[in-house]
Design a binder for this molecule. Structure first.
Ligand SMILES: *[C@@H]1O[C@H](CO)[C@@H](O)[C@H](O)[C@H]1NC(C)=O
Ligand SMILES: *[C@@H]1O[C@H](CO)[C@@H](O)[C@H](O)[C@H]1NC(C)=O
Ligand SMILES: *[C@@H]1O[C@H](CO)[C@@H](O)[C@H](O)[C@H]1NC(C)=O
Ligand SMILES: *[C@@H]1O[C@H](CO)[C@@H](O)[C@H](O)[C@H]1NC(C)=O
Length: 189
C-alpha cells in the first residue's frame, strides 16, 4: 500500500473509530429495573477478570459475590429497586472486612438492615469490544451516616477466588492489587 493510501486508510479508521461509539437512548434510566438480570464485569486492560460473571457464594443466609467459576449462577434473579440491588429477601450492602491499608470494604448480599446499603445508578455505556449498547451500574451512594456519594467497585484476588469490594471516591491508598471494574447487566446467559 502506498504511504498516501495507508495514511488515507488510517484517517478513515480514525473517522470510523470516532463515530462508532454506540448511541444512548434519550430516555434516562430509572433507579428501578424490574426485569431480572445478571451481572458481569469489564476492564479490558485486566484480562484475568475482563468479561467474567458475578456469581453468588452462599454464606449462611448471605450471598457473597465472587467471579465465575467460583460460586453459583445468579440466573437473572437480580433486580434494582430504588437503586438497591435485590435478590429475594437480600439486598447489596457495603460493609465488613474493611482494610485500612487501602480503605476498601466488602460488598455482599444480606437481609440484615444495619449494614450500610449500596445505592447504584444505572447508566448507559458502550461495550469496549463490540460497541453494543449496555447498561452499567455505578456506585451512587454508600448509605453510611453521613452517606458517601460516589466511589467504585473493584475486584480483589483472595487465594483462588475473586471477590467484590468497594472503594470510596478519591482513594489515594489503592494499589495495583485493586482491580477496578465496570459492572454490566446481562440476561439469558
Ligand atoms: C421505584 O419503585 C418503587 C416501588 O418499588 C417506587 O416507590 C418508586 O417510586 C419507583 N421509583 C421510580 C424512579 O420509578
Ligand atoms: C441458579 O440455578 C441453579 C440451577 O437450577 C440453582 O442450583 C441455583 O441455586 C440458582 N441460583 C440462584 C441464585 O437462584
Ligand atoms: C489491601 O491491602 C491488603 C494488605 O496489604 C492486601 O492484602 C489487599 O490485597 C489490598 N486490597 C486491595 C483491594 O488492594
Ligand atoms: C481498568 O484498569 C485500569 C488499570 O488498573 C484502570 O486504570 C482503569 O481505571 C480501569 N477501568 C475501569 C473502567 O475501571
Amino acid at each position: 500500500m502506498s504511504p498516501l493510501l495507508s495514511a488515507f486508510c488510517l484517517a478513515l479508521l480514525g473517522i470510523v473509530a470516532s463515530t462508532s461509539a454506540c448511541q444512548f437512548p434519550d430516555t434516562p434510566l430509572s433507579s428501578n429495573i424490574t426485569d431480572g438480570f445478571s451481572i458481569y464485569v469489564q476492564n479490558a486492560s485486566i484480562p484475568v477478570i475482563h468479561n467474567r460473571v458475578l456469581n453468588f457464594r452462599p454464606n449462611g443466609l448471605d450471598m457473597h459475590l465472587v467471579l465465575r467459576p467460583a460460586g453459583e449462577p445468579t440466573n437473572d434473579t437480580l433486580y434494582l429497586q430504588n437503586g438497591r440491588v435485590i435478590y429475594n429477601t437480600l439486598h447489596a450492602v457495603i460493609d465488613l472486612e474493611y482494610d485500612p491499608d487501602n480503605s476498601t470494604t466488602k460488598i455482599f448480599m444480606t437481609d440484615r438492615t444495619y449494614h450500610p446499603v449500596g445505592i447504584f445508578q444505572p447508566v448507559y455505556g458502550c461495550n469496549p469490544e463490540t460497541d453494543a449498547l449496555q447498561i452499567e451500574l455505578e456506585v451512587a451512594t454508600r448509605l453510611t451516616d453521613p452517606p458517601v456519594n460516589g466511589g467504585k467497585v473493584g475486584i480483589r484476588r483472595v487465594v483462588d477466588t475473586y471477590e467484590f469490594r468497594y472503594s470510596p471516591p478519591d482513594n489515594s491508598l489503592l494499589t495495583p492489587e485493586w482491580l477496578s471494574v465496570t459492572l454490566v447487566l446481562f440476561r439469558n446467559g
